[in-house]
Ligand binder design. Structure first.
Ligand code: HT9
Ligand code: FE2
Length: 319
């Protein structure tokens, strides 16, 4: 930890009042070619929850849990909503921070889940004269702390199924879908997003059979994204005679809107219609092993930066 004098938590950001929902969404999709109808539909998801995304509160909770373990000032900046990364970097600079470590609330390689965060950190630094170096802590999708937290939460969700259904329940891991072109170029040699997710899911599943499926598809319908979608997969499982499912959102680190809407609202409704027993595992959140993992990452030697050609920005047909 001696090499850093501050910890910066970098997250996606989300609105916390109804009037902030559309401006937030416009920040997220600027230049991304997301159809207007999709945006209005997603606006509805946020307004159903009073215009409040859970994600900022979850960042505050994570920081509160880190404070007793990390003997450094902890800063927090978001990519898409207040507190904005640029404002935080300005504050860090004013406070005299000389070399900060960045913890990203995104665990896997791909343009959306990695390079876009690095680009936004670079843009924030470029906007602030004298901004300190910000060193991204390494990917943690394979860290024992992350795997332990998800394993614990998966066991706990299995325990919430009716007892008679526990042995036969299928573990269904989910992650945010991304365009196939983005998946193909994820990581230093391509395919890393899916490969990392599958490896993490296999470790959490242990010797139980499992599936890895996708949620929260966006973008124009003409662009192919990773499939199958979680709801289509539940339908297929029910047709095969599966009676109970545990959904494990291994692709995310907190129970934000993509979890509480796309899984707890939409997928739960699909399961009810199909007569499937369904529980959902909590994400890592503030699980003690996940929190202590951040402390352990700070103590590791400074990680090498991602290769420049890793996770390139996708071409955006329709953008
Ligand atoms: C890989 C990935 C992660 C996981 C890694 C990570 O955690 O970063 C993730 C997380 C999240 N995605 C989130 C929200 C949104 N994502 C959108 C759109 C998109 N996501 C994409 C990918 C990912 N997204 C992509 C390829 C798009 C299409 C536009 C583009 O090419 O960039 C849109 C636009 C509307 C729509 O859904 O169409 C919204 C509102 C929230 C906040 C939730 C909250 O508020 O609680 C979180 C944590
Ligand atoms: Fe997203």
């Amino acid at each position: 930890m001696a090499q850093y004098d501050a910890l910066l938590v970098v997250s996606f950001g989300g609105p916390e009042r109804p009037e902030d929902v559309m401006p937030f969404l416009e920040n997220v999709v600027r230049g991304r070619g997301v159809p207007r109808e999709r945006l209005l539909e997603v606006e509805g998801h946020y307004q159903r929850f009073g215009g409040v995304s859970p994600i900022n509160g979850q960042c505050r909770d994570l920081i509160a849990a880190l404070e007793p373990l990390v003997d450094l000032p902890i800063y927090w900046g978001n990519r898409n909503w207040q507190p904005f990364l640029t404002d935080t970097v300005r504050q860090m600079t004013a406070d005299g921070v000389r070399r900060a470590a960045a913890f990203l609330t995104s665990a896997y390689s791909s343009y959306s889940s990695c390079r876009q965060y690095l680009d936004d950190i670079a843009a924030a630094r470029a906007a602030v004269p004298g901004a300190p170096p910000i060193v991204r802590l390494r990917h943690y999708h394979d860290h024992p702390g992350f795997i332990a937290a998800m394993s614990d939460h998966t066991r706990e969700a299995l325990g919430r199924l009716p007892e008679a259904h526990r042995d036969g329940a299928r573990l269904v891991f989910t992650a945010h879908s991304i365009p196939l072109s983005m998946a193909a170029t994820a990581g230093p040699t391509g395919g890393a997003y899916e490969a990392q997710l599958r490896a993490a899911a296999a470790r959490v599943a242990g010797d139980r059979p499992f599936d890895l499926v996708w949620q929260s598809r966006s973008g124009p319908p003409s662009v192919p994204w990773l499939e199958p979608d979680v709801c289509d997969h539940l339908t297929a499982l029910a047709a095969e005679g599966v009676k109970a499912v545990v959904l494990v959102p291994i692709g995310f680190v907190s129970d934000h809107m993509e979890v509480v809407y796309d899984l707890d609202t939409e997928a739960a409704e699909t399961a009810r219609e199909l007569g499937l027993h369904l529980t959902r595992a909590a994400t890592a959140g503030t699980h003690p092993r996940f929190v202590s993992m951040v402390r352990e990452l700070l103590d590791e030697p400074e990680p090498a930066a991602c290769p420049a050609a890793c996770c390139p920005a996708p071409r955006r047909p329709g953008a």
